[in-house]
Design a protein around this ligand. Structure first.
Ligand code: IPE
Ligand code: IPE
Ligand code: MG
Length: 253
């Protein structure tokens, strides 16, 4: 017998990644559904449906590669500005998708959370999301956060309002309002900040996504439109992340 040869055993190793340095939290701005559809000569909604298929793939790929938290931007607080037909189509898609996927998510012990102003969503969609959160709340595999009717500024405003109420009730004083206090009142205070933020379809902007939480996230932008984004593209983003030096303002030799 030859000396032991270390064989890749985890999915991360098989993909050529260092399993010790997989980002715990990956956030994705899933952009480019409309451009993808246009290039195919299809309507924008078929781009969104294809984007749903991509998302399903990426959720399970991220889990398999060892990502602990995946947060995706599904509908921004500014996306209401789109034509009514597209907005309605997206609400319908989210409802159908949640209904179609919930059992498989449960089987895979994925915890689902929805971040955003849920009370402004159509009641049936809100109920479906609340049900999904309730049914998966004790799961310990990937935590899958869906940012829906989400705005980074709105999230900070909502946190400030909660703090203002506590102040008004005399539960805190102005000096208690520090970074930790604001962070503790965001939509998912128990989840660590994203290590890696991926944006598909090439735009170099945040579009009001996770403004507070991405203060020190590594940013990766790919020209690939979301419907074409694959497990291989995710692996490429993770490999790029593993070549970065994170400094958090300090000097790192
Ligand atoms: C992202 O794709 C999905 C949502 C915003 C819901 P877009 O619909 O923004 O696609 P482009 O940017 O028009 O190509
Ligand atoms: C951000 O994409 C929102 C989502 C991906 C859900 P947009 O397409 O809405 O962003 P802008 O308008 O290009 O900045
Ligand atoms: Mg877009």
């Amino acid at each position: 017998m030859s000396a032991t040869v270390k064989r890749p055993c985890t999915a991360a190793e098989q993909a050529g990644l260092d399993p010790e340095r997989i980002p715990a939290h990956v956030a994705i701005i899933m952009d480019g559904n409309g451009r993808w559809a246009r290039a195919q000569g299809k309507d924008r909604l078929s781009g969104h449906w294809q984007g749903y298929r991509t998302l399903k793939n990426i959720v399970y790929a991220a889990d398999e590669l060892g990502v602990r938290y995946l947060t995706v931007y599904g509908f921004s607080s500014e996306n209401w500005r789109r034509p009514q037909e597209e907005v309605g189509g997206l609400m319908h898609l989210m409802l159908q998708a949640m209904r179609a996927e919930i059992e498989e998510l449960i089987q895979n012990r994925v915890r689902v959370r929805v971040l955003g102003r849920l009370h402004e969503l159509p009641p049936d969609l809100r109920r479906e999301f609340e049900e999904a959160m309730r049914r998966t709340q004790n799961f310990d595999r990937l935590t899958f956060n869906l940012a829906i009717n989400y705005g980074g500024r709105a999230e900070v405003v909502d946190a400030v309002r909660l703090l203002a109420r506590k102040l008004q009730r005399g539960e805190i004083t102005p000096n208690d309002i520090d970074e930790a206090a604001v962070a503790a009142h965001l939509y998912a205070p128990d989840i660590p900040d994203p290590d890696l933020l991926i944006r598909t379809a090439g735009e170099l902007r945040l579009s009001n996504f996770l403004l507070w939480e991405t203060a020190y996230s590594e940013i990766y932008v790919t020209p690939v439109c979301w419907p074409d984004f694959s497990r291989q593209h995710l692996i490429a983003a993770l490999a790029d992340y593993q070549r970065r030096t994170r400094k958090f303002g300090a000097v790192v030799e």
